[in-house]
Design a protein. Structure first.
Length: 383
């Protein structure tokens, strides 16, 4: 197992790669102008991965051509062998595989910054909330048909994660650069949060990346290597359990049915880790395969008994589907349920448009939300 560098050794390695080491680190003596080790480690991993990917495109092209020829040969053989009654079923399987990552439509961000980092879905009112922009983000609402239905927050500091409360009246925003979790009334006064939680102070680490809220209005945030729970109090939420998860970063969190799901990266492997929502004690975890190790899941949502997870590098993206069960996570589904979506530049959040059964992917660089036809597991797994 490759040793993760720390301290001066890590900083020198980052400088050799041209990686920015600046940021805000909280120490016993106050703030430091250098980012914490786990943040620099994450940036180094991204830089090393980008360097590898830049050298592998020829191999990928050769592999793709080989797979295409093999698939075509197999399909011809099956076509010859199958009776006519089975041809329609064969076409359905091939069509589903082709459409896993083909958008049926898309919503382009309306603020002109060409960056989308977060999304949340209001299934009851057919609305999608999007965080648009980088260092200064705008929170906007779109109807399922793509029309703009409102802008109610601007000037947010790198808003990554969004989470709607069950009543769909309030939305939580994780702002990475400000270190805050902010609560907005979607029909209230624009740009005025009704509650603010300082997760950078409470977790001892800046850069919160995602937020989730359960049916009891408990709020869960991930920042750096920590998972933090906030419990409703008499005058707003108060700090509950704080769980140090280790690893190099946790950028995705979801909660449902008393379970908290966290997308986790150890520095070598990517996992879904499942925690009890009351105590934050770990219940189970599962390695996410066949996605490349050393990369961080960036989006997670649970809908209708399925866990949807998104992952991306600088030039390629994936999303995976897993079974959600009462005791955590069932054995991961077959490899055909992890779908490679090439050509999208850094996918972030993932959601579901329930009325049409579409998978929603927020594309950070490109400024849009893609609507994809979901692939059906039973088609792939038939013998």
């Amino acid at each position: 197992m490759k040793r993760m560098l720390t301290g001066e050794e890590l900083e020198k390695h980052a400088q050799r790669l041209g990686v920015d080491t600046s940021g805000v680190s909280f120490t016993k003596r106050g703030k430091s102008g250098k980012a914490p080790d786990h943040e620099i480690q994450r940036r180094v991993i991204d830089a090393e991965r980008a360097a590898r990917e830049s050298k592998l495109w020829i191999l990928a092209l050769i592999s793709a051509v080989t797979v295409f020829i093999s698939t075509a040969t197999a399909l011809i053989a099956v076509f010859v062998a199958l009776r006519p009654v089975h041809i329609a079923a064969l076409k359905a399987v091939v069509h589903a595989q082709m459409d896993c990552c083909r958008p049926v439509s898309e919503i382009t961000a309306g603020n002109g910054d060409n960056v989308v980092t977060g999304l949340a879905v209001d299934q009851s009112h057919n609305k999608i909330y999007m965080a648009n922009g980088s260092s200064s983000s705008v929170l906007q609402c779109y109807n399922f048909d793509g029309s703009l239905c409102g802008t109610f927050a601007s000037g947010l500091k790198d808003a990554y994660g969004l989470a709607l409360e069950d009543n769909m009246q309030y939305i939580w925003v994780a702002s990475s650069l400000s270190g805050l979790l902010e609560r907005f009334n979607v029909s209230g006064t624009p740009n005025t949060p009704v509650e603010t939680l300082n997760i950078a102070r409470d977790a001892g680490q800046p850069y919160p990346h995602d937020v989730a809220v359960d049916s009891s209005s408990n709020v869960y945030g991930v920042a750096g290597t920590n998972l933090v729970k906030y419990i409703p109090g008499q005058n707003g939420h108060v700090v509950g359990p704080i769980k140090n998860l280790g690893g190099v970063g946790n950028e995705a969190v979801a909660v449902i049915n008393g379970r908290v799901y966290v997308g986790f990266n150890s520095g070598h492997d990517s996992l879904i880790r499942v925690f009890d929502s009351a105590t934050l004690s770990e219940l189970t975890n599962v390695q996410i395969g066949p996605w490349p190790s050393g990369n961080i899941p960036v989006g997670i949502t649970v809908y209708s008994g399925k866990i949807y997870v998104s992952f991306s590098s600088s030039s390629n993206s994936w999303y995976g589907v897993y079974n959600e069960t009462g005791d955590g996570i069932k054995t991961p589904l077959r490899w055909n349920e992890v779908y490679h979506c090439g050509g999208y530049n850094e996918v972030k959040s993932i959601g579901i448009e329930g009325s049409e059964g579409l998978v929603l992917l927020a594309v950070k660089f490109g400024g849009k939300v893609l609507k994809l036809t979901p692939c059906q597991a039973d088609l792939f797994n038939k013998k």
